[in-house]
Design a protein around this ligand. Structure first.
Ligand code: SF4
Ligand SMILES: [Zn+2]
Length: 331
């Protein structure tokens, strides 16, 4: 889907790269190939990773909290982030299409047989498995399951609008400013991510945003504040934002893990910018993964090791309600 044909060449329209893919070649994502003038998805029916995870691990903290979901991935990605935390499957060194063959029906069955309430499309970029995931998501909806995407947001508007109809929640990475995206991710700017987020918002999808804080690249509180201001203005002050600690990985393996106080400062800067629910990720036990009342600071939702330990939706004293989506899937 989403491509044009021109004299044996194809032009993909799935993501803003809009790759011109000639006979026998693949696009930047490595998983969409021109075979005899038609563009094929090489990852259709091919899962490279399946797990059962708490939804908190995605991270999604305000959507169906306390539930576990079937988490799946196909290989490939349309960005080339130097700090990728999942590079073995997003950019497999062998370049091969790794994975097991499975039908959309079997994926949904895998969730329903285990009585899981939903499916997360995660670990790599869901956009580039659009056709496969679209089929799974249609069947999942019929079976009463939720669908959540963990995405870099680099998707063109038409596929974003179509998939949003089947999506219950999404966590999109906002990685940094234009210079950051250019230098470390291989894309010219962050505008497509903003457009995708606005499309998901308009479609009524529950949105949370993640920012990986990398020493020396995007770790100034000023940078967190700017991201938070964009989120507040465009997605609303109740949009949860997760600031995540970086660990040395892939091409940035010479940078030390982010100091905990730096990630905490980023979350505080977001709170000061007016976001009511800012969290610190990848630092278990520091308390900043709990949901606290923004007025009095009382812990309302306690999390431990990426699972929910206790749940209170309101602070009765301050008359503050925690926004929670997907309650129908909670036990
Ligand atoms: S989805 Fe892949 S082939 Fe299509 S434009 Fe994006 S990177 Fe290129
Ligand atoms: Zn309170």
């Amino acid at each position: 889907m989403f491509y044009d044909k021109k004299d044996g060449t194809t032009q993909c329209r799935l993501c803003p790269h809009e790759c011109v893919v000639s006979e026998g070649k693949t696009g930047i994502c490595g998983v969409r190939k021109n075979i005899k003038g038609k563009l094929y998805s090489l990852v259709y029916g091919k899962l490279c990773s399946t797990n059962i995870d708490p939804i908190e691990k995605k991270p999604l903290f305000h959507f169906a909290p306390g539930t576990e979901c079937l988490s799946i991935a196909t290989v490939g990605c349309n960005l080339s982030c130097a700090f990728c935390q999942n590079f073995e499957i997003s950019h497999p060194p062998s370049g091969g299409i790794l994975g097991i063959d499975i039908t959309p029906e079997k994926v949904v069955e895998a969730a329903t047989n285990r009585e899981l309430p939903g499916i997360a499309y995660t670990y790599t970029e869901p956009t580039i498995a659009w056709e496969f995931y679209h089929e799974i998501m249609k069947l999942a909806k019929k079976a009463g399951l939720y669908n959540v995407w963990i995405s870099n947001g680099y998707i063109s508007p038409e596929p974003a609008r179509k998939i949003a109809k089947l999506m219950d929640a999404v966590n999109v990475d906002l990685k940094g400013d234009i210079g950051f995206y250019r230098k470390l991710c291989g894309v010219p700017n962050e505008e497509p991510m903003h457009t995708a987020l606005r499309i998901y918002k308009d479609a009524g999808v529950w949105i949370e945003v993640t920012n990986l804080v990398i020493p020396g690249h995007n770790d100034r509180p000023e940078q967190a504040r700017k991201l938070a201001e964009w989120v507040k203005e465009n997605l609303g002050p109740d949009t949860p934002m997760h600031f995540s600690r970086f660990y040395p990985q892939y091409k940035l393996d010479d940078i030390q893990p982010t100091p905990v106080k730096t990630v905490e400062a980023a979350a505080k800067a977001a709170q000061n910018a007016g976001l009511r629910w800012a969290y610190v990720g990848n630092v278990p036990g520091n308390g900043m993964e709990d949901t606290v009342c923004p007025e009095c600071g009382d812990v309302l939702i306690k999390r431990a090791g990426m699972s929910m330990a206790s749940f209170k939706q309101s602070c009765e004293r301050c008359k503050v309600d925690v926004p929670i989506a997907g309650k129908e899937w909670m036990k």
